[in-house]
Design a binder for this molecule. Structure first.
Ligand code: F6R
Length: 371
């Protein structure tokens, strides 16, 4: 492992390659017909009316971001379910409703059961997995292989950003196949994705700042992560990463939802991690940002322990909060791939400071193969 003390840290630093290699495997063409060199002819992608995503843990968080990507780019409604709930629920899928299962290991028992339920209902199943020969890749009708390489640490990091990459490409592919965007627009969007590995490299240089912040906040025991839109998926995974490696209490909420109950828990003992990154070229993102700034003021009035994440060049967040992490600018749907990195690093450093076993947290396994 040479310069890295833990697999988790090494794998966080391997994310530029995970994203680049996953995008490369989809083919150079923005999304044109050869997505992952597979024949999608029988997938019924042109006529589908809805997509269901079933997954667990971090993979479900990727699915939540995937919902925003597919709905925004391809205009197809997406439902995201916990695999453990989907397998036993009355949720109906049919031949017109493909099911996407997302699983880093390809072996999670609940997700495998969800896949089988979907297949039994006549739904075509697409598995997105990091393990090519896994059970769920074998049983699916279509496979998308994320190219993160072996992930040894139990907390999933690079497999997550590879899943986000695959879902973004799938959304783009679907958008083009369904005539929602033309090939020139698809190429421009693909170029933004191809620029991410370089931006991820820049984001990794936040490691020292994240370690400093971890020192400042390591004695805190309660954390709330807040975000809006596609960024909620990042908040959820930031909270999950922190709780699984540090054993601290962390929860995530859509920022607006905090007013409907969780606000009562926010005082000087609560640390709030607020995601306030914006794509200023996107009016919806800008509208969410304006609301986030007013939430930030409200939160800052209740706790001095507020950390914010913003895009480089932002000066408004700094007028409200002192502890800010800046990530490079990117289109709104791609920002999650950058935003998650400082959250992973923050969780990692807190856990190390607390003397936790970051690669093998207590009670957890790399693949939960029994339910
Ligand atoms: C968290 C983590 C777990 C897994 C979950 C599903 O860091 O790794 O939440 O995401 O157990 O596992 P897979 O993706 O293998 O189905």
């Amino acid at each position: 492992m040479t310069r890295f003390k833990h697999h988790m840290l090494k794998e966080i630093f391997e994310q530029p390659a995970a994203v680049r290699d996953t995008a490369k495997a989809a083919g150079d063409d923005a999304s044109g017909g050869k997505f992952y060199q597979l024949s999608w002819k029988n997938a019924g992608l042109e006529k589908l009316s809805r997509i269901v995503i079933a997954a667990s843990g971090t993979s479900r968080h990727a699915g939540i971001a995937g919902k925003f990507m597919i709905e925004s780019l391809a205009g197809v409604p997406v439902d995201v379910d916990y695999a453990s709930e989907f397998q036993l629920s009355p949720v109906v899928v049919s031949p017109e409703t493909p099911t996407i299962v997302i699983t880093q290991s390809g072996e999670t028992a609940d997700t495998l059961a969800a896949l089988r339920k979907a297949k039994n209902s006549g739904s075509k199943v697409i598995t997105i997995s990091n393990v090519a020969g896994s059970s769920m890749m074998k049983e699916a009708d279509f496979q998308i292989h994320t190219k993160a390489g072996p992930e040894l640490a139990v907390p999933s990091t690079k497999a997550f950003t590879a899943q986000l990459t695959a879902l973004f490409l799938f959304a783009l592919f679907l958008a083009e196949r369904r005539g929602r965007i033309g090939s020139d627009a698809a190429r421009e969007i693909r170029a933004e994705l191809d620029a991410l590995p370089q931006k991820l490299q820049t984001t990794l240089s936040l490691d020292t700042q994240c370690e400093t912040l971890a020192r400042r906040y390591a004695r805190c025991t309660d954390f709330i992560f807040a975000a809006r839109g596609v960024h909620c998926a990042v908040a959820m995974d930031g909270a999950l990463k922190l709780k699984e490696v540090s054993y601290l209490h962390a929860e995530a909420f859509p920022s607006g939802e905090i007013l409907h109950g969780p606000l009562a828990t926010i005082d000087e003992n609560m640390t709030v991690f607020a995601l306030a990154a914006v794509d200023s070229g996107d009016s919806d993102s800008q509208a969410r940002y304006e609301k986030t700034l007013s939430n930030l003021k409200e939160l800052k009035g209740r706790s001095s322990k507020v950390i914010a994440l913003a895009v480089e060049g932002d000066s408004r967040v700094a007028r409200i909060v002192e502890d800010i992490i800046y990530v490079p600018k990117a289109p709104d749907l791609l920002l999650p791939i950058l935003e998650i990195v400082p959250l992973q690093l923050f969780a990692y450093h807190i856990a190390v400071l607390l003397g936790r076993n970051v690669d093998n947290p207590r009670s957890l396994a790399k693949a939960v193969v029994t339910d």
